[in-house]
Design a protein around this ligand. Structure first.
Ligand SMILES: C[S@@+](CC[C@H](N)C(=O)[O-])C[C@H]1O[C@@H](n2cnc3c(N)ncnc32)[C@H](O)[C@@H]1O
Length: 224
């Protein structure tokens, strides 16, 4: 799978470690061959498919896989280190229901078929704060439309950020799609969703600085 590494003098140690995880880590190319096939080809299970984009060090990813053994969980990361940390953490929790993909998500329809996914989780995506960088933000109409397409009727997209400008931007982008806003808080930890919330690594950093966490969820309603 990693023949392109042959002959290189320095290899990032996490690239070497990736190979230890075999089929638990999928390349972007492999994952793009799988729309409509994840249940059969990867999980050999009819369990619902949930997706986390940007798993970071995998605290939430591993917790979520362990807490939901009847869900098949696919995580996406673009960095070797966090990719390996995420799958290592899930494996150390004995989670057989989690896989990671090395690759950037731009459009979810590249990876999943219409109605294949039950839930999409996006926690603290890179905020790209400068005006000239905003084109790089994930939560924009084209991405949201791809999310809407791959979600089942009743499916949910969950979004958290510490960045108020990105939060307002993402909410405004969502209003230009067929999604329905179903939960919303400008201070998640003082809200009715606080109890069921799991703190991600980045969330803990912001909470230590007493920053509020912004949260919303979007639903694809039946018939939408
Ligand atoms: C700010 S961190 C948040 C990590 C984690 N969700 C948390 O809350 O602790 C954002 C993560 O998203 C990853 N990332 C950025 N763009 C991505 C993309 N297009 N697809 C997948 N992962 C991405 C980064 O490598 C980084 O690990």
């Amino acid at each position: 799978m990693y023949s392109y590494l042959e002959g290189r003098k320095f290899i990032n140690p996490y690239i070497r470690r990736m190979q230890d995880y075999g089929d638990w880590i999928l390349t972007e190319e492999r994952a793009k061959q799988l729309p409509g096939q994840w249940a059969n080809d990867i999980f050999a299970s009819k369990n619902s498919l949930h997706v986390e984009i940007g798993t970071g060090n995998g605290f939430h990813f591993a917790h979520y896989a362990q807490k939901n053994p009847h869900v098949s969980l696919v995580g996406f990361e673009i960095k070797f280190k966090t990719l390996v940390q995420s799958i290592a953490r899930a494996r150390s929790h004995n989670c057989a229901n989690a896989r990671m993909v090395l690759g950037p998500v731009k459009s979810l329809t590249e990876y999943f078929a219409p109605n294949e996914v039950e839930k999409i989780i996006i926690h603290f995506p890179d905020p790209w704060p400068k005006l000239r960088q905003q084109k790089n933000r994930l939560m924009q109409v084209p991405f949201l439309l791809s999310a809407f397409e791959v979600l089942q009727p009743g499916g949910v997209l969950e979004f958290k950020t510490d960045h108020y400008d990105y939060f307002c931007f993402a909410r405004s982008q969502a209003t230009k799609t067929p999604f329905t806003l179903t939960s919303y808080s400008e201070d998640l930890h003082q809200s009715l969703w606080a109890k069921e919330n799991f703190k991600t690594q980045f969330e803990s950093l912001f909470l230590r600085k007493h920053q509020p966490i912004f949260y919303f969820s979007l639903s694809k309603y039946e018939g939408a």
